[in-house]
Design a binder for this molecule. Structure first.
Ligand code: NAD
Ligand code: MG
Length: 414
Protein backbone atom coordinates (compact mmCIF):
# COMPACT_ATOMS: atom_id res chain seq x y z
CA UNK A 1 0.00 0.00 0.00
CA UNK A 2 1.52 3.32 -1.09
CA UNK A 3 0.53 6.41 0.89
CA UNK A 4 -0.02 9.48 -1.25
CA UNK A 5 -0.20 13.20 -0.64
CA UNK A 6 -2.06 15.13 -3.37
CA UNK A 7 -1.28 18.81 -3.81
CA UNK A 8 -4.06 20.50 -5.78
CA UNK A 9 -6.64 17.76 -5.17
CA UNK A 10 -9.56 19.67 -6.74
CA UNK A 11 -7.83 20.30 -10.07
CA UNK A 12 -7.59 18.21 -13.22
CA UNK A 13 -4.48 16.25 -12.12
CA UNK A 14 -5.67 16.05 -8.49
CA UNK A 15 -9.12 14.64 -9.27
CA UNK A 16 -7.67 12.09 -11.70
CA UNK A 17 -5.17 10.97 -9.06
CA UNK A 18 -8.03 10.47 -6.59
CA UNK A 19 -9.99 8.49 -9.20
CA UNK A 20 -7.00 6.17 -9.54
CA UNK A 21 -6.83 5.75 -5.75
CA UNK A 22 -10.53 4.82 -5.81
CA UNK A 23 -9.94 2.30 -8.58
CA UNK A 24 -7.06 0.68 -6.71
CA UNK A 25 -8.01 0.75 -3.02
CA UNK A 26 -5.58 -2.09 -2.23
CA UNK A 27 -2.65 -0.23 -3.77
CA UNK A 28 -3.03 3.42 -2.84
CA UNK A 29 -4.16 5.34 0.20
CA UNK A 30 -4.60 9.12 0.24
CA UNK A 31 -3.11 10.57 3.42
CA UNK A 32 -2.93 14.28 2.59
CA UNK A 33 -4.93 16.69 0.43
CA UNK A 34 -4.44 20.35 -0.40
CA UNK A 35 -6.87 22.45 -2.40
CA UNK A 36 -7.91 25.96 -3.33
CA UNK A 37 -11.49 27.12 -2.77
CA UNK A 38 -13.79 24.32 -3.91
CA UNK A 39 -15.12 23.31 -0.47
CA UNK A 40 -17.94 21.09 -1.79
CA UNK A 41 -15.47 18.96 -3.70
CA UNK A 42 -12.96 18.89 -0.84
CA UNK A 43 -15.68 17.63 1.51
CA UNK A 44 -16.57 14.83 -0.91
CA UNK A 45 -12.89 13.94 -1.22
CA UNK A 46 -12.49 13.84 2.57
CA UNK A 47 -15.52 11.58 2.87
CA UNK A 48 -14.21 9.21 0.21
CA UNK A 49 -10.53 9.12 1.13
CA UNK A 50 -10.40 10.00 4.84
CA UNK A 51 -7.02 11.75 4.69
CA UNK A 52 -4.96 12.52 7.79
CA UNK A 53 -4.37 16.17 6.88
CA UNK A 54 -6.18 18.68 4.65
CA UNK A 55 -4.95 22.14 3.76
CA UNK A 56 -6.74 24.98 1.98
CA UNK A 57 -5.09 27.88 0.18
CA UNK A 58 -7.37 30.38 1.93
CA UNK A 59 -7.36 30.38 5.74
CA UNK A 60 -10.72 32.21 5.94
CA UNK A 61 -12.48 29.06 4.66
CA UNK A 62 -11.18 26.87 7.49
CA UNK A 63 -14.04 27.48 10.01
CA UNK A 64 -16.64 26.43 7.44
CA UNK A 65 -14.58 23.38 6.44
CA UNK A 66 -14.19 22.43 10.10
CA UNK A 67 -17.94 22.77 10.75
CA UNK A 68 -18.84 20.66 7.73
CA UNK A 69 -16.31 17.97 8.70
CA UNK A 70 -17.79 17.88 12.22
CA UNK A 71 -21.13 17.03 10.61
CA UNK A 72 -19.46 14.20 8.67
CA UNK A 73 -17.92 12.82 11.89
CA UNK A 74 -21.26 13.05 13.73
CA UNK A 75 -22.99 11.24 10.88
CA UNK A 76 -20.13 8.69 11.10
CA UNK A 77 -19.34 9.28 7.45
CA UNK A 78 -15.71 9.66 8.44
CA UNK A 79 -13.91 7.92 11.29
CA UNK A 80 -11.50 10.62 12.34
CA UNK A 81 -11.37 14.36 11.69
CA UNK A 82 -8.26 15.24 9.65
CA UNK A 83 -5.81 17.87 10.81
CA UNK A 84 -6.91 21.13 9.11
CA UNK A 85 -4.38 23.67 7.96
CA UNK A 86 -4.12 26.56 5.51
CA UNK A 87 -1.77 28.69 3.44
CA UNK A 88 1.92 28.08 2.84
CA UNK A 89 2.42 26.27 6.14
CA UNK A 90 -0.42 23.86 5.35
CA UNK A 91 0.92 23.18 1.87
CA UNK A 92 4.41 22.47 3.15
CA UNK A 93 3.07 20.25 5.94
CA UNK A 94 0.96 18.20 3.51
CA UNK A 95 3.92 17.96 1.10
CA UNK A 96 6.22 16.59 3.80
CA UNK A 97 3.54 14.58 5.68
CA UNK A 98 5.29 11.80 7.58
CA UNK A 99 3.19 8.85 6.46
CA UNK A 100 3.27 9.85 2.75
CA UNK A 101 5.51 7.83 0.42
CA UNK A 102 4.82 9.88 -2.70
CA UNK A 103 3.63 13.42 -3.37
CA UNK A 104 1.61 14.25 -6.49
CA UNK A 105 2.25 17.89 -7.38
CA UNK A 106 -1.00 18.91 -9.06
CA UNK A 107 -0.80 22.58 -8.11
CA UNK A 108 -0.64 24.97 -11.03
CA UNK A 109 2.20 27.46 -11.36
CA UNK A 110 5.13 28.53 -9.25
CA UNK A 111 2.91 28.28 -6.13
CA UNK A 112 4.08 24.65 -6.17
CA UNK A 113 7.74 25.53 -5.66
CA UNK A 114 8.03 25.69 -1.87
CA UNK A 115 5.90 22.59 -1.18
CA UNK A 116 7.87 20.67 -3.83
CA UNK A 117 11.09 21.59 -2.05
CA UNK A 118 9.51 20.65 1.30
CA UNK A 119 8.63 17.22 -0.11
CA UNK A 120 12.16 16.76 -1.47
CA UNK A 121 13.75 17.80 1.82
CA UNK A 122 11.54 15.26 3.60
CA UNK A 123 12.87 12.59 1.21
CA UNK A 124 9.52 11.94 -0.52
CA UNK A 125 9.28 10.65 -4.06
CA UNK A 126 7.37 13.00 -6.35
CA UNK A 127 4.97 12.57 -9.24
CA UNK A 128 5.76 15.81 -11.01
CA UNK A 129 2.82 17.38 -12.81
CA UNK A 130 3.60 20.92 -11.67
CA UNK A 131 6.22 21.57 -14.36
CA UNK A 132 6.44 25.32 -13.62
CA UNK A 133 8.33 24.53 -10.40
CA UNK A 134 11.09 22.61 -12.15
CA UNK A 135 11.31 25.14 -14.99
CA UNK A 136 11.59 28.15 -12.68
CA UNK A 137 13.81 26.53 -10.08
CA UNK A 138 15.76 23.75 -11.80
CA UNK A 139 19.06 25.14 -10.44
CA UNK A 140 17.71 24.67 -6.89
CA UNK A 141 15.45 21.62 -7.31
CA UNK A 142 18.05 19.38 -9.01
CA UNK A 143 20.75 19.80 -6.29
CA UNK A 144 18.04 19.33 -3.62
CA UNK A 145 17.06 16.01 -5.26
CA UNK A 146 20.68 14.89 -5.37
CA UNK A 147 21.05 15.69 -1.69
CA UNK A 148 17.88 13.99 -0.47
CA UNK A 149 17.70 11.01 -2.84
CA UNK A 150 14.04 11.77 -3.66
CA UNK A 151 12.97 10.55 -7.08
CA UNK A 152 11.25 12.83 -9.53
CA UNK A 153 8.81 10.74 -11.57
CA UNK A 154 7.32 12.56 -14.55
CA UNK A 155 3.52 12.76 -14.66
CA UNK A 156 3.49 15.00 -17.75
CA UNK A 157 2.43 12.65 -20.57
CA UNK A 158 5.40 13.41 -22.86
CA UNK A 159 7.99 12.98 -20.13
CA UNK A 160 6.24 9.88 -18.87
CA UNK A 161 6.48 8.51 -22.42
CA UNK A 162 10.24 9.15 -22.49
CA UNK A 163 10.60 7.67 -19.01
CA UNK A 164 8.62 4.58 -20.05
CA UNK A 165 10.74 4.16 -23.20
CA UNK A 166 13.89 4.28 -21.09
CA UNK A 167 12.84 1.51 -18.70
CA UNK A 168 15.16 -1.43 -18.98
CA UNK A 169 17.86 0.58 -20.75
CA UNK A 170 21.17 1.55 -19.12
CA UNK A 171 19.70 5.04 -18.66
CA UNK A 172 16.53 4.02 -16.87
CA UNK A 173 17.33 6.12 -13.85
CA UNK A 174 17.83 9.33 -15.83
CA UNK A 175 14.45 10.57 -14.63
CA UNK A 176 15.96 10.80 -11.18
CA UNK A 177 18.19 13.74 -11.89
CA UNK A 178 19.91 15.79 -14.44
CA UNK A 179 23.60 15.02 -14.51
CA UNK A 180 24.39 17.42 -17.34
CA UNK A 181 26.69 14.72 -18.75
CA UNK A 182 25.82 13.49 -22.27
CA UNK A 183 24.72 9.86 -22.12
CA UNK A 184 26.44 7.61 -24.70
CA UNK A 185 23.93 5.82 -26.92
CA UNK A 186 21.12 8.29 -26.27
CA UNK A 187 20.77 10.66 -29.22
CA UNK A 188 17.71 12.82 -28.80
CA UNK A 189 14.07 12.99 -27.83
CA UNK A 190 11.05 14.14 -29.79
CA UNK A 191 8.28 15.72 -27.76
CA UNK A 192 4.95 15.44 -29.51
CA UNK A 193 2.48 18.34 -29.48
CA UNK A 194 -1.19 18.25 -30.48
CA UNK A 195 -0.94 21.80 -31.82
CA UNK A 196 -3.45 23.13 -29.27
CA UNK A 197 -6.69 25.01 -29.78
CA UNK A 198 -5.49 27.03 -32.77
CA UNK A 199 -3.78 24.34 -34.80
CA UNK A 200 -6.20 24.81 -37.69
CA UNK A 201 -6.30 28.61 -37.46
CA UNK A 202 -4.40 30.94 -39.75
CA UNK A 203 -1.75 32.99 -37.93
CA UNK A 204 -3.47 36.26 -38.90
CA UNK A 205 -6.72 35.12 -37.22
CA UNK A 206 -5.07 34.73 -33.81
CA UNK A 207 -5.64 38.45 -33.15
CA UNK A 208 -9.34 37.60 -32.79
CA UNK A 209 -8.83 34.68 -30.39
CA UNK A 210 -11.18 34.79 -27.38
CA UNK A 211 -10.87 33.14 -23.96
CA UNK A 212 -13.40 30.51 -25.02
CA UNK A 213 -11.38 29.74 -28.16
CA UNK A 214 -8.12 29.44 -26.22
CA UNK A 215 -9.54 27.25 -23.47
CA UNK A 216 -11.09 24.64 -25.77
CA UNK A 217 -8.46 21.95 -26.29
CA UNK A 218 -9.09 19.51 -29.15
CA UNK A 219 -7.67 16.38 -27.42
CA UNK A 220 -7.04 16.88 -23.69
CA UNK A 221 -9.25 18.00 -20.82
CA UNK A 222 -7.04 20.06 -18.48
CA UNK A 223 -6.98 23.13 -16.21
CA UNK A 224 -7.40 26.56 -17.83
CA UNK A 225 -3.81 27.76 -17.53
CA UNK A 226 -2.23 24.73 -19.21
CA UNK A 227 -4.93 24.79 -21.91
CA UNK A 228 -3.99 28.38 -22.81
CA UNK A 229 -0.30 27.32 -22.69
CA UNK A 230 -1.18 24.59 -25.19
CA UNK A 231 -2.84 27.15 -27.46
CA UNK A 232 0.30 29.36 -27.49
CA UNK A 233 2.50 26.23 -27.57
CA UNK A 234 4.29 27.67 -24.54
CA UNK A 235 3.33 24.40 -22.87
CA UNK A 236 5.59 22.57 -25.31
CA UNK A 237 8.33 25.15 -24.77
CA UNK A 238 8.04 24.66 -21.01
CA UNK A 239 8.19 20.91 -21.58
CA UNK A 240 11.47 21.32 -23.47
CA UNK A 241 12.98 22.94 -20.36
CA UNK A 242 11.31 20.30 -18.17
CA UNK A 243 12.91 17.54 -20.30
CA UNK A 244 16.31 19.25 -20.05
CA UNK A 245 16.19 19.08 -16.27
CA UNK A 246 14.53 15.67 -15.99
CA UNK A 247 16.73 13.78 -18.42
CA UNK A 248 19.93 15.82 -18.41
CA UNK A 249 19.70 16.55 -22.14
CA UNK A 250 21.15 19.52 -23.98
CA UNK A 251 18.64 21.70 -25.83
CA UNK A 252 19.99 20.50 -29.18
CA UNK A 253 18.87 16.98 -28.23
CA UNK A 254 15.23 17.99 -27.69
CA UNK A 255 12.90 18.39 -30.68
CA UNK A 256 9.23 19.30 -30.95
CA UNK A 257 7.02 17.58 -33.49
CA UNK A 258 3.34 18.29 -34.17
CA UNK A 259 1.21 15.15 -33.93
CA UNK A 260 -2.47 16.18 -34.01
CA UNK A 261 -3.90 12.81 -32.85
CA UNK A 262 -1.97 12.80 -29.50
CA UNK A 263 -1.53 9.02 -29.66
CA UNK A 264 2.28 8.89 -29.64
CA UNK A 265 3.14 10.68 -26.41
CA UNK A 266 6.83 11.20 -27.26
CA UNK A 267 9.84 9.37 -28.65
CA UNK A 268 13.47 8.61 -27.89
CA UNK A 269 16.05 8.25 -30.64
CA UNK A 270 19.12 6.14 -29.94
CA UNK A 271 22.58 6.41 -31.52
CA UNK A 272 22.00 3.31 -33.67
CA UNK A 273 19.00 5.15 -35.27
CA UNK A 274 16.36 3.10 -33.43
CA UNK A 275 13.38 5.14 -32.23
CA UNK A 276 11.33 4.11 -29.18
CA UNK A 277 7.83 5.50 -28.70
CA UNK A 278 5.05 5.17 -26.13
CA UNK A 279 1.45 5.17 -27.37
CA UNK A 280 -1.94 5.48 -25.71
CA UNK A 281 -5.21 7.37 -25.79
CA UNK A 282 -4.87 11.01 -24.68
CA UNK A 283 -5.77 10.42 -21.05
CA UNK A 284 -3.67 11.71 -18.15
CA UNK A 285 -4.69 8.84 -15.91
CA UNK A 286 -2.13 6.56 -17.53
CA UNK A 287 0.97 8.72 -16.89
CA UNK A 288 -0.30 9.50 -13.37
CA UNK A 289 -0.87 5.80 -12.69
CA UNK A 290 2.62 4.96 -13.94
CA UNK A 291 4.13 7.41 -11.42
CA UNK A 292 2.13 5.74 -8.69
CA UNK A 293 2.85 2.14 -9.68
CA UNK A 294 6.45 2.56 -10.91
CA UNK A 295 8.51 0.44 -11.28
CA UNK A 296 5.54 -1.94 -11.51
CA UNK A 297 2.53 -1.95 -13.82
CA UNK A 298 -1.07 -2.41 -12.72
CA UNK A 299 -3.77 -4.10 -14.72
CA UNK A 300 -6.51 -1.64 -15.66
CA UNK A 301 -9.94 -2.04 -17.25
CA UNK A 302 -9.33 1.15 -19.26
CA UNK A 303 -10.09 1.26 -23.03
CA UNK A 304 -7.35 -0.49 -25.00
CA UNK A 305 -5.67 1.47 -27.77
CA UNK A 306 -6.99 0.44 -31.15
CA UNK A 307 -4.84 1.86 -33.92
CA UNK A 308 -7.31 0.71 -36.54
CA UNK A 309 -9.86 2.97 -34.82
CA UNK A 310 -7.40 5.89 -34.95
CA UNK A 311 -6.63 5.25 -38.62
CA UNK A 312 -3.90 7.79 -39.33
CA UNK A 313 -1.04 9.08 -37.28
CA UNK A 314 0.34 12.27 -38.83
CA UNK A 315 3.29 14.51 -38.06
CA UNK A 316 4.59 17.90 -39.09
CA UNK A 317 7.15 20.53 -38.18
CA UNK A 318 5.93 23.17 -35.73
CA UNK A 319 5.28 26.64 -37.16
CA UNK A 320 7.65 28.86 -35.20
CA UNK A 321 6.25 32.09 -36.71
CA UNK A 322 2.71 31.27 -35.62
CA UNK A 323 3.89 30.05 -32.22
CA UNK A 324 6.79 32.29 -31.05
CA UNK A 325 6.56 30.96 -27.47
CA UNK A 326 8.43 27.76 -28.39
CA UNK A 327 11.52 29.67 -29.51
CA UNK A 328 11.28 31.96 -26.47
CA UNK A 329 11.40 28.88 -24.25
CA UNK A 330 14.38 27.37 -26.11
CA UNK A 331 16.26 30.67 -25.79
CA UNK A 332 15.44 31.00 -22.08
CA UNK A 333 16.46 27.39 -21.49
CA UNK A 334 19.75 27.82 -23.33
CA UNK A 335 20.57 30.96 -21.34
CA UNK A 336 19.73 29.02 -18.16
CA UNK A 337 20.10 30.35 -14.60
CA UNK A 338 17.25 32.73 -13.77
CA UNK A 339 15.98 33.11 -17.36
CA UNK A 340 13.55 30.15 -17.32
CA UNK A 341 12.10 31.56 -14.06
CA UNK A 342 11.51 34.90 -15.79
CA UNK A 343 9.95 33.20 -18.82
CA UNK A 344 7.70 31.10 -16.60
CA UNK A 345 6.56 33.94 -14.32
CA UNK A 346 5.94 36.30 -17.26
CA UNK A 347 3.90 33.58 -18.94
CA UNK A 348 1.88 32.78 -15.80
CA UNK A 349 1.00 36.44 -15.28
CA UNK A 350 0.29 37.09 -18.95
CA UNK A 351 -2.06 34.08 -19.11
CA UNK A 352 -3.77 35.22 -15.89
CA UNK A 353 -4.36 38.67 -17.41
CA UNK A 354 -5.54 37.14 -20.67
CA UNK A 355 -8.08 35.06 -18.72
CA UNK A 356 -9.24 38.28 -17.03
CA UNK A 357 -9.71 39.89 -20.46
CA UNK A 358 -6.97 42.42 -19.73
CA UNK A 359 -4.64 41.11 -22.39
CA UNK A 360 -4.99 39.93 -25.97
CA UNK A 361 -3.98 36.38 -26.86
CA UNK A 362 -1.37 37.59 -29.34
CA UNK A 363 0.18 39.86 -26.71
CA UNK A 364 1.22 36.88 -24.55
CA UNK A 365 4.45 36.11 -26.49
CA UNK A 366 5.19 39.82 -26.97
CA UNK A 367 5.22 40.61 -23.26
CA UNK A 368 7.23 37.48 -22.42
CA UNK A 369 9.86 38.38 -25.01
CA UNK A 370 10.08 41.98 -23.77
CA UNK A 371 10.59 40.90 -20.15
CA UNK A 372 13.12 38.16 -20.94
CA UNK A 373 15.04 40.71 -23.01
CA UNK A 374 15.02 43.16 -20.10
CA UNK A 375 16.34 40.47 -17.74
CA UNK A 376 19.34 39.59 -19.93
CA UNK A 377 21.63 42.16 -18.30
CA UNK A 378 20.77 40.82 -14.82
CA UNK A 379 20.97 37.13 -15.70
CA UNK A 380 22.14 35.09 -12.71
CA UNK A 381 23.56 31.72 -13.75
CA UNK A 382 23.65 30.16 -10.31
CA UNK A 383 20.68 31.55 -8.40
CA UNK A 384 19.65 30.71 -4.85
CA UNK A 385 16.04 29.96 -3.95
CA UNK A 386 15.52 33.51 -2.66
CA UNK A 387 16.94 34.95 -5.87
CA UNK A 388 14.55 32.81 -7.92
CA UNK A 389 11.59 33.91 -5.80
CA UNK A 390 12.64 37.56 -6.15
CA UNK A 391 13.01 37.32 -9.93
CA UNK A 392 9.66 35.56 -10.20
CA UNK A 393 7.98 38.51 -8.39
CA UNK A 394 9.88 41.01 -10.53
CA UNK A 395 8.75 39.40 -13.79
CA UNK A 396 5.08 39.30 -12.69
CA UNK A 397 5.20 43.00 -11.80
CA UNK A 398 6.79 43.79 -15.15
CA UNK A 399 3.86 42.08 -16.93
CA UNK A 400 1.42 44.17 -14.94
CA UNK A 401 3.28 47.37 -15.87
CA UNK A 402 3.36 46.28 -19.51
CA UNK A 403 -0.37 45.53 -19.48
CA UNK A 404 -1.06 49.04 -18.09
CA UNK A 405 0.93 50.62 -20.92
CA UNK A 406 -0.56 48.27 -23.46
CA UNK A 407 -4.15 49.04 -22.41
CA UNK A 408 -3.42 52.75 -22.82
CA UNK A 409 -1.97 52.10 -26.26
CA UNK A 410 -5.03 50.09 -27.30
CA UNK A 411 -7.36 52.80 -25.99
CA UNK A 412 -5.48 55.57 -27.85
CA UNK A 413 -5.27 53.66 -31.15
CA UNK A 414 -8.91 52.61 -30.90
P1 NAD B 1 -6.03 22.96 -12.35
O1 NAD B 1 -6.18 24.42 -12.49
O2 NAD B 1 -7.09 22.07 -12.86
O3 NAD B 1 -5.81 22.59 -10.80
C1 NAD B 1 -4.90 23.27 -9.97
C2 NAD B 1 -5.05 22.84 -8.53
O4 NAD B 1 -4.12 23.60 -7.72
C3 NAD B 1 -6.45 23.13 -7.94
O5 NAD B 1 -6.72 22.12 -6.98
C4 NAD B 1 -6.25 24.46 -7.23
O6 NAD B 1 -7.18 24.64 -6.19
C5 NAD B 1 -4.83 24.32 -6.71
N1 NAD B 1 -4.15 25.60 -6.54
C6 NAD B 1 -3.98 26.56 -7.49
N2 NAD B 1 -3.29 27.60 -6.98
C7 NAD B 1 -3.01 27.27 -5.70
C8 NAD B 1 -2.33 27.93 -4.65
N3 NAD B 1 -1.79 29.15 -4.80
N4 NAD B 1 -2.21 27.30 -3.46
C9 NAD B 1 -2.75 26.08 -3.29
N5 NAD B 1 -3.43 25.42 -4.23
C10 NAD B 1 -3.55 26.00 -5.42
O7 NAD B 1 -4.62 22.60 -13.01
P2 NAD B 1 -4.18 21.24 -13.71
O8 NAD B 1 -4.57 21.26 -15.14
O9 NAD B 1 -4.54 20.08 -12.85
O10 NAD B 1 -2.61 21.41 -13.71
C11 NAD B 1 -1.83 21.23 -12.54
C12 NAD B 1 -0.36 21.14 -12.93
O11 NAD B 1 -0.17 19.95 -13.69
C13 NAD B 1 0.12 22.30 -13.82
O12 NAD B 1 1.42 22.63 -13.47
C14 NAD B 1 0.07 21.73 -15.23
O13 NAD B 1 1.03 22.31 -16.08
C15 NAD B 1 0.42 20.27 -14.95
N6 NAD B 1 -0.10 19.34 -15.95
C16 NAD B 1 -1.45 19.20 -16.09
C17 NAD B 1 -1.96 18.33 -17.04
C18 NAD B 1 -3.45 18.11 -17.16
O14 NAD B 1 -3.88 17.25 -17.93
N7 NAD B 1 -4.29 18.83 -16.45
C19 NAD B 1 -1.09 17.63 -17.89
C20 NAD B 1 0.28 17.79 -17.73
C21 NAD B 1 0.77 18.65 -16.75
MG1 MG C 1 2.38 17.50 -21.46
Amino acid sequence: MKAISVLGSTGSIGTQTLQIAEEFPDQFKIVALTAGKNLDLVIKQIETHQPEVVSLADESLLPELSRRINNLTEDTKILKKPLLMAGAEGLNTAASWESADLVVTGIVGCAGLLPTLAAIEAGKDLALANKETLIAAGPVVIPALKKSGSRLLPADSEHSAIFQCLQGTPWSDTARLSTGVPTPGFKSIQLTASGGAFRDWKAEDLAKATIKDATSHPNWSMGKKITVDSATLMNKGLEVIEAHYLFGLSYDQIEIIIHPQSIIHSMVELDDSSVLAQLGWPDMKLPILYCLSWPGRLKTPWPRLKLTQVGNLTFKEPDTKKYPCMELAYSAGRLGGTMPAVLNAANEKAVELFLEERFKFIDIPKVIEAICEKHKCDLNLNPSLNEILAIDSWARKEVLDYSGKNITRIAVSD
